[in-house]
Ligand binder design. Structure first.
Ligand SMILES: Nc1nc2c(ncn2[C@@H]2O[C@H](COP(=O)(O)OP(=O)(O)OP(=O)(O)O)[C@@H](O)[C@H]2O)c(=O)[nH]1
Ligand SMILES: [Mg+2]
Length: 181
């Protein structure tokens, strides 16, 4: 059985960092220096951005290999999204607390990837809690639920392997398509 997991999310959400944290191997990444225009969209002082995809793999412990991909965050590179998402069994949407449009952004990504990966189960990881401790986590979680998305929503520091691993395991533990909508 193919096991493919995709990390999605806006620029700077932590996709490349999460994949690097949780990988068994040195990830393949397509990072380029950030353009001035893209730099305006993120407040992290990021120097590089993914322009095609990230790829790595994780040994699941039962001999199965989980193929892990990340997509570019910028909407103008979204032609890569269907290519990368095809056949995914899981999609992790990462969203940063520093994103002022966290809820609408997450809803839009869930809508889009539910179509691109119809057999996938979904989870949401909220990054950068330490940088915005008063972020309205419950409002995000409740807003997703109100829109019909019943799925794990949890804090994750993309730099911490154990936290990313926990999020991936939470997603894999509900390996069924969302049935709420
Ligand atoms: N302080 C803090 N930094 C974090 C956390 N999670 C991720 N980061 C940082 O946020 C940045 C995320 O950058 P990337 O991993 O390149 O983000 P990306 O989603 O791949 O972005 P694009 O490829 O440009 O779409 C990195 O500098 C991470 O170290 C967190 O929980 N706390
Ligand atoms: Mg990236």
């Amino acid at each position: 059985m193919a096991t493919k997991l995709v990390f999605v999310g806006e620029m700077g959400a932590g996709k490349t960092t999460a994949i690097r944290s949780v990988s068994d191997m040195e990830p393949i990444s397509t990072e380029m220096p950030i353009s001035d225009e893209d730099a305006l969209q993120v407040s992290q002082g990021k120097s590089h951005t993914t322009v095609a995809l990230d790829y790595s793999s994780i040994e699941l412990g039962d001999g199965q290999l989980l193929h892990v991909y990340g997509v570019p965050g910028q909407a103008y590179l979204d032609f890569m999204w269907p290519i990368v998402a095809e056949g995914a069994i899981g999609v992790v949407v990462l969203v940063s607390t520093l994103n002022p449009r966290a809820l609408p952004s997450t809803l839009a990504l869930l809508e889009r990837f539910r179509v691109l990966a119809p057999d996938a189960c979904f989870a949401v990881g909220v990054t950068c809690q330490d940088r915005h401790p008063t972020f309205a986590f419950a409002a995000l979680r409740d807003g997703l639920a109100a829109a019909g998305h019943r799925l794990p929503v949890m804090w994750v520091d993309a730099r911490e392997a154990m936290q990313v691993d926990f999020l991936v395991k939470a997603l894999l533990s509900c390996r069924y398509p969302e049935t709420s909508r």
